[in-house]
Design a protein around this ligand. Sequence first.
Ligand code: ASP
Length: 308
Amino acid sequence: MPDKIAIAIHGGAGTILRSTMTPELQLQYEGGLQAALDAGYAVLDGGGSAVDAVAVAVASLEDFPLFNAGKGAVFNHIGQHEMDAAIMNGKTLEAGAVCGVAHVKNPVLVAKEVMLHSGHVMLGGQGAEEFARQRNMQVEEDAYFYTQQRYNQWQDALKEDKVQLDHTDKKFGTVGCVALDKEGNLAAATSTGGLTNKKFGRIGDSPVIGAGTYANNHTCAISCTGVGELFIRSVVAYDISCLIDYKGLSLKDACNLVVLDKLVKIEGEGGLIAIDKDGNIEMTFNSEGMYRACKDSNGRNEVLIYKE
Ligand code: ASP
């Protein structure tokens, strides 16, 4: 029975430059990442499941206002927060997702409820919110999700009439987690507020199983961040799983092929975190930076932001 445990998280990829970061802000980001990493790792260390670990870590990132998920989610065109999230169990291939959902404090926890108790895989909009209320999930007023920084970004985007990637400096703030538990099971979860000023009920890749989120014990667990439309069209997470499954690629080679070659060719900026059944971790991105961190039972503990 394998007992190595490992976990990786991300807080979004994009144009994240040392030149535009203050030391204080960097410390805040690093603190948010380490806290989420530790919360997820503690679940694994206590013998908990990979599914529970990714849910706990992503919920921690959702509660952290600097990332674009849960509190701190971006504003859509009409000043609302519409969030997407997904979770997948690599052992059973069960999955749950919510899209375009408002008011729920932790979309990833609702996605987990969808997986376990709805009989469906994906619930959207008002139906997802209604389901969350029925399951007694925590809901919040609009004011809970408000942050001045996101409001200012939305106002700027409105003035220029453009749909914007998280920050004015083109950064994706989606969060995600992948984990391997003591039983050798894999899981993945992703959560996002999507794009600033998004219209028409736009849904990104994060809640789409196989695109932004995927887990399968035989191959790997993946959580993505980047231009959602291109990640959906490239079926990124499942593509990596297939390259391992059908072509025998290593996790590293599969991630490099998809993120550094296939996505680059179609200008699919972004990245992903990945973990395989042996506890190998990859944190691959084709952008300037990606908020990311990982920890395993061999003593590895990394919190990184920029390209090294
Ligand atoms: N992938 C997300 C989306 O398109 C954005 C992000 O990664 O921040 O909704």
